[in-house]
Design a protein around this ligand. Sequence first.
Ligand code: SF4
Length: 421
Amino acid sequence: MEYARQGRSIPAFKTAAVAEGLGPERIVRLIAQGRVVIPGNVAREHITPMAVGECMSTKVNANVGTSQAHADVEEEVNKARIAMQYGADTVMDLSTGDDIDNVRRRLLKEIEAPIGTVPIYQAASAYSSVLDMNTDDMFNALRRHVEDGVDFVTVHAGVTTKAVEHLRAEGRILDIVSRGGSFMAAWMLHHGRENPYYAEFDYLLEIVKEYDVTLSLGDGMRPGCTADASDRCMFEEVITLGELVQRSRDVGVQAMVEGPGHMPLDQIEPAVRSIKNICDSAPLYLLGPLVTDLAPGYDHITAAIGGAVAGMAGADYLCMTTPAEHLALPSVDDIRDGAVVTKIAAHAIDLVKAGQRQRAQAQDNEMARVRRNLDWDGQFKQAIDPERAMAIHSRCRDVETCSMCGELCSIKLMRDVLGKK
Ligand code: SF4
């Protein structure tokens, strides 16, 4: 960020600009303003720089990680690989199970993409009760993750005493569903103290700045059901996050903001625009929003619908949801399905996003051309999930067209009548 403010174009800016199909001047300007971030860590400079934010292609994050009920390091590394193969740009390790250090370090070694973590999970997991952790545990976990090389960290610094007071008054159905948010709020209520990540935010900034790590300002108060959306708890936290974005930028730390959650369709656009305004156009990283609470087993779809609408309003980065959301730790297949569906939403956003529209449209145009030519291999090549497309088409036997209309294929009929190649 400091190089960008000096107008210097370092190699990372050039690489990111090429990947986005944009000129380096624009990316430098947007990074200087904090509207674009390049998550990274000075200890991991071999990772190809990747930009998130305004005018950049919409990015997809995949969450992996062990739980206390199921902890298999190799399985989590495999999930991360599968997620990358099917469209994820980054991976977050949300481990709370066995040997949390080992999972994180393996992912940092094996995955050539930005890796994010939520250090409070490790601080809390060291005790039988999250209430037993102390302030040092919280900052030591953060320092350990940053020193290991993670590229971005989520901190729930916006869960302040004031936000928690709103929670009592608001009468939410689902109080707090963010794991980190609930840890912070429970700890604060039990100890009668302010959130240490908020109270000592300057110290937190010193830790991440030393390694040039990007802050992801967590939405601990995000609504966990459509009835709780857009309430005072949510916006109290957003206002605090806006303050923290400014404080981060003041010392040259890149910051992005996390957003809701569960939200009816008609609230998404106003919420996204408000968050962007309050947080001075910081890159917006969305967890959903899930547009209904009624579809367990299909929440990768409810989230992708909300993510696409949010992207049209300005969201920059989608955290994938899997079919296992609300039900279980995702399997490898769940991760694959979640990655594909979220990638579809991200591409749909890019088709209407300033700075990306032309490139995304060119991809769609190529698909339309090969489809017109009944070029099946060409279609598989262009598809977000070629294997699934191939598997379904393989049900057709020996026909130029497909078994949907067979000889009555409208594409073939018009191509033949119009004599188009
Ligand atoms: S047969 Fe029908 S569905 Fe299949 S390619 Fe032709 S128009 Fe499309």
